[in-house]
Ligand binder design. Structure first.
Ligand code: COA
Length: 275
């Protein structure tokens, strides 16, 4: 277990558990938490004993968003320089997480507000407790949902739902967040960790080079024309082949020659290398 106070992490069975750890402040993101998150992500990213990363929160919150005192009021008091520095520290770790080397899962255990949508969207997959609460609360205290939050809503939800969510400040339960596609699914809190571990185990069986290429491809092609996406995907696969050409050949071999699995129904055995 490693701890930098406001962020903790530990690795167990190839799963890195990364935690917001300011439960008394509902895991609000302060500048020091943002710096600690970047450091922890950098420490974990290329470790051979890490195959997947889970981001979760200690206590009753996943994250209550940006810290209104330390992130907004105190940095604004330092002028533009203070504001821009704080923004950069937050956005840098969310960006690192969006393009992380390993697949990532947001395990949303409780409150998730405003700025929390940044790291939520940065995680590749998101599983919430049905009892969790999601909200773009910014409108309730007089600002627009910034820090990417409006973009997260429009990328995840329908136009009507994103607009409603942004203007009313009404909250969603975990169950509703799944219906509105803000998360993949919601399960009762008591089953949350079990479900996330199950999902991690699925990912851990996949070819890691293919996983990284596939997760980046989903984010990239969203903003491309069909023609550009087609071209990007050819190049992305060719680049992946240069890292792991044998993996792909082994996947084909186990299906065609060995007949030990069917790609439509499962994954090839990545522990065995091409002969
Ligand atoms: N920024 C700064 N402090 C926050 C915070 C935030 N975003 N969210 C919670 N806290 C602090 C509270 O000020 C309180 O501090 P204190 O103990 O020193 O008084 C402590 O965390 C506990 O919060 P409290 O409101 O008592 O907890 P709760 O469980 O009753 O309610 C929330 C939880 C999340 C509903 C409520 O704290 C809240 O509305 N937070 C703000 C959410 C928000 O608008 N976030 C968007 C920011 S972009």
């Amino acid at each position: 277990m490693s701890s930098t106070d406001v962020v903790t992490h530990h690795v167990e069975n190839r799963i890195a558990w990364l935690k917001f750890n300011r439960p008394d402040k509902r895991n609000a993101m302060s500048p020091s938490l943002n710096r600690a998150m970047l450091k922890a992500l950098e420490e974990l990213e290329f470790r051979d004993d890490v195959g997947v990363l889970v981001l979760t929160g200690e206590g009753s919150a996943w994250s209550a968003g940006m810290d209104l005192k330390e992130y907004f009021r105190e940095t604004e008091a330092q002028g533009l320089k203070g504001t821009r520095k704080a923004q950069s520290e937050a956005y840098t770790w969310w960006r690192k997480l969006r393009w992380y080397q390993k697949p990532t899962i947001a395990m949303v255990n409780g409150w998730c507000f405003g700025g929390g949508y940044g790291p939520l969207y940065a995680c590749d997959l998101a599983i919430a407790a049905e009892e969790a609460t999601f909200g773009l609360s910014e409108i309730n205290w007089g600002i627009l949902p910034g820090g990417g939050a409006t973009k997260v809503a429009t990328n995840s939800m329908s136009f009507r739902d994103a607009m409603y969510h942004s203007l009313t400040g009404e909250n969603l339960s975990g169950k509703q967040a799944a219906q509105w596609k803000l998360v993949n699914e919601a399960v009762p809190l008591a089953q949350l960790k079990g479900r996330v571990v199950e999902l991690c185990e699925v990912l851990l069986k996949k070819n890691p080079v293919a996983l990284k290429a596939a997760k980046d491809a989903v984010r990239r092609v969203m903003e491309m024309t069909y023609e550009n996406a087609e071209d990007y995907l050819i190049r992305a696969q060719e680049a992946a082949n240069s890292f792991d050409n044998e993996g792909r050949k082994e996947g084909i071999r186990q299906f065609l020659d060995e007949k030990s699995y069917k790609p439509g129904l499962g994954t090839y055995d990545i522990s065995r290398k091409a002969k």
